[in-house]
Ligand binder design. Structure first.
Ligand code: NAD
Ligand code: AKB
Length: 312
């Protein structure tokens, strides 16, 4: 039987650090090769192999995959929504070419499985905002959302046309404390905890009643691993699954934090990210993920807030 050998690309990012550590626990430290453009993250140091890699260099990536007998790739390198709006052509180039490089190598080398995350950013102002369904109008207006939607189509294409076992989730905004977020619109829901602890006040760059779908990182890591461990016959969606856990506004998370830090106050100064958030869903219908491979979130707003404040 072939042994699993996993390559994580973008391992030093918000998701990559935690996912790499979780995969190392499951598959053995030596069998999970972490890679990134950046220097190795402190939390990864000493936990397993690390290489410096630019995913845009297809030849280097191909050589790495062959040399290390890689059987699975988790591709996490990307430019997120807020950063993407500052340089749309760069965001498109990186988000698309990284995925095409990985999908094509997966096809050529007959790799076992590929993971690539999509986002709630695929939806746009014409999608139903409440409990946004799996299949609905998808007309993203940010370059990040456009690249994620195109990426979903490429994933499905490589699966249907070439049999590549690629799997994907439309993550909501992810909240975590171990590794810093990388330039998203939902990052306010992380900043707020740091500011609450340090200064007992926070000025939100989204308006008080902007509801967005969110998820605590332990749920996101578990969802990713459960999707990847599921029998291929259960994965009916080969573009990307809707994935939900909670939905709240800046006002609501502020009120939840106040239960633990009574002196905490909030102000609101919406900036360019407000327009991005206004085009995204308020909440997500993830019934297909629940039905197909048994998805069930564990953390709600109260449990996530308590845990974040304990760990920050
Ligand atoms: P991040 O920005 O924190 O991490 C991305 C990592 O990729 C960084 O460490 C960066 O150095 C690396 N990287 C960038 N360009 C690279 C290149 N050319 N070669 C190699 N590495 C490169 O992002 P994240 O939040 O961890 O997101 C990971 C994935 O999950 C992305 O596809 C993102 O779109 C998706 N996603 C994230 C969220 C979230 O809330 N964090 C939500 C939805 C989807
Ligand atoms: C972002 O805000 O860009 C990400 C996402 C929801 O994809 N957190």
């Amino acid at each position: 039987m072939k042994k699993d050998k996993i390559l994580v690309i973008g391992a030093c990012g918000q998701i990559g650090v935690e996912l790499t550590l979780a995969l190392r626990k499951m598959y053995g430290d030596a069998n999970v090769l972490a890679s990134d453009l950046r220097e190795e993250h402190d939390l990864l140091k000493g936990t397993g192999p690390y290489v410096s890699l630019d995913v845009m260099n297809k030849e280097m990536l191909h050589v790495l995959v062959i040399r290390h007998n890689i059987t699975q790739i988790y591709l996490l390198a990307a430019i997120l929504s807020a950063t993407g709006e500052k340089n749309p052509l760069l965001a498109w180039h990186i988000n698309m070419q990284s995925l095409l490089n990985v999908l094509d190598i997966a096809k050529e080398e007959n790799l076992d499985k590929i993971y690539w995350p999509s986002s709630i950013a695929v939806f746009g102002p014409n999608s139903p905002a409440q409990e946004t369904p799996q299949h609905t109008i998808i007309e993203p207006t940010t370059i990040y959302g456009i690249s994620k939607f195109a990426g979903e189509r490429w994933c499905e294409y490589y699966n249907h046309r070439f049999g590549v076992d690629v799997r994907s989730l439309r993550y909501p905004g992810l909240i975590s404390y171990k590794s810093a977020p990388g330039g998203g619109t939902t990052d306010y829901a992380i900043e707020i905890f740091h500011e609450a602890k340090e200064h007992q006040k926070y000025t939100s760059f989204l308006s008080e009643n902007t509801y967005l779908p969110m998820m605590y990182m332990p749920d996101a890591i578990r969802a990713t691993i459960e999707l990847m461990e599921a029998d291929a016959s259960k994965i009916a969606v080969r573009s990307a699954y809707n994935l939900g856990a909670m939905s709240f506004s800046p006002k609501e998370i502020g009120a939840e934090i106040q239960k633990h830090i009574p002196a905490f106050t909030m102000a609101y100064e919406p900036d360019y990210r407000q327009q991005i958030a206004d085009g995204w869903p308020n909440s997500i219908d993830d019934s297909q993920a629940r039905a197909d491979w048994g998805w069930k979130p564990e953390f709600d707003l109260a449990a996530m807030t308590k845990d974040m404040l304990q760990h920050i």
